[in-house]
Design a protein around this ligand. Structure first.
Ligand code: NAD
Length: 256
């Protein structure tokens, strides 16, 4: 699918995988809206790629609508990348030795609200806008890529909320892809492994981080870089025959 002259939205586009994806889509000629909480970083990326920053909290439907309206002003909305997300927030057991204090419900709900419900809210509203586009020669009106995680498929320490949210992103992507085939909107999902971005609050020196890196099957062992994810985002947006797929981009860290 050609996205030259079309608009695109990248949530979480102020950092990491989102920023790298925004650069890739801009290189393809799309007019990119960076939709993120972080105004300073978002404005910087937008200026670099000739895009537009819109302050968006993906848990706020009105702000998602504002980003979609801003994009549609620039051109038909043909590409959406849902990269906004938070992670790595829990201990296994609370300092008091209690499981419940580490896994408090407020935290659980926050992770689900941002990573899963925020993603779905953008999907449903963006798909509605895309369904008004003129179809291209393949009958396509748009394409959406959701960022899940290999955490959707495994059981890592302290990841109950994160794995639930990312398993939900996979579970949501597949039926939605079927629903949206009726209007020519493709929906795919990427499951990254361990990518070098600011998302790991505890950072590369943490034991959990080192343990995960230790599982790498690449030699030498290394993290992925954001552009290695962004190239798959670009492929899934532009390859007209990719639909309802969940692609692991993880250097083999979670081979089945
Ligand atoms: P990052 O922290 O570099 O970027 C995430 C961006 O999302 C940030 O700019 C942040 O401001 C934004 N964001 C957070 N909450 C938001 C909200 N409520 N509304 C709008 N924006 C919000 O992280 P990243 O590593 O680039 O992660 C991108 C996506 O990939 C996330 O969904 C993450 O869960 C997923 N992922 C990352 C990794 C990894 O190893 N880095 C692995 C698996 C999955």
């Amino acid at each position: 699918m050609d996205i030259k002259g079309a608009s695109a939205i990248v949530t979480g586009g102020a950092s990491g995988i989102g920023a790298a994806s925004a650069r890739r889509l801009a290189n393809r000629g799309a007019k990119v809206v960076i939709a993120d909480l972080k105004a300073e970083d978002g404005e910087k990326i937008a200026a670099e790629i000739g895009g537009t920053f819109v302050a968006v909290d993906v848990t706020d439907t009105g702000q998602i609508e504002a980003a979609i309206n801003a994009a549609v002003e620039l051109g038909p909305l043909r590409a959406v990348v849902n990269s906004a997300g938070i992670g790595w927030a829990q201990r296994t057991i609370g300092k008091d030795g209690e499981f419940a204090s580490a896994h408090n419900l407020d935290l659980y709900k926050k992770v689900i609200a941002i990573n899963l419900i925020g993603t779905f809210d953008m999907v449903r509203l963006a798909a509605t806008a895309m369904s008004r586009n003129e179809p291209n020669e393949n009958g396509e009106r748009g394409a959406i890529v959701n960022l899940a995680s290999v955490a959707a498929f495994d059981g890592q320490i302290g990841q109950a909320a994160y794995s639930s949210s990312k398993g939900g992103v996979v579970g949501m992507t597949l039926p939605v892809a079927r629903d949206l085939s009726a209007v020519g909107v493709r929906v795919n999902c990427i499951a990254p492994g361990l990518i070098d971005t600011p998302i790991y609050g505890e950072g590369p020196e943490s034991e959990a981080f080192k343990a995960k890196l230790g599982e790498s099957v690449l030699f030498p062992k290394r993290l992925g870089i954001p552009d290695e994810l962004a190239s798959m985002v670009e492929e899934l947006i532009t390859n007209s025959y990719m639909n309802a797929e969940v692609v692991r981009v993880d250097g083999g860290i979670r081979m089945p």
